[in-house]
Design a binder for this molecule. Sequence first.
Ligand code: 9UX
Length: 72
Amino acid sequence: TTCTAVIRIDGMTCNSCVQSIEGTISQRQGVQHIAVSLAGRTGTIHYDPAVTNGEELRAAIEDMGFDASVLT
Ligand code: 9UX
């Protein structure tokens, strides 16, 4: 099973942070794919719900220094 979380991410102003978030979050257990949009201020993450969840992924992004909230 794959679930999708869309997370609002504030605090990104250049592509360096996009790459940083994608690189760090993609290595987490259960994460199958992540795409971060700078213009859209969102991260779309496909994950295995047996392993992780939207809140945990949101917290991981927040721990990187961004303001993050789960949209869907
Ligand atoms: Mo770009 Mo990230 O200036 O802190 S490196 S947004």
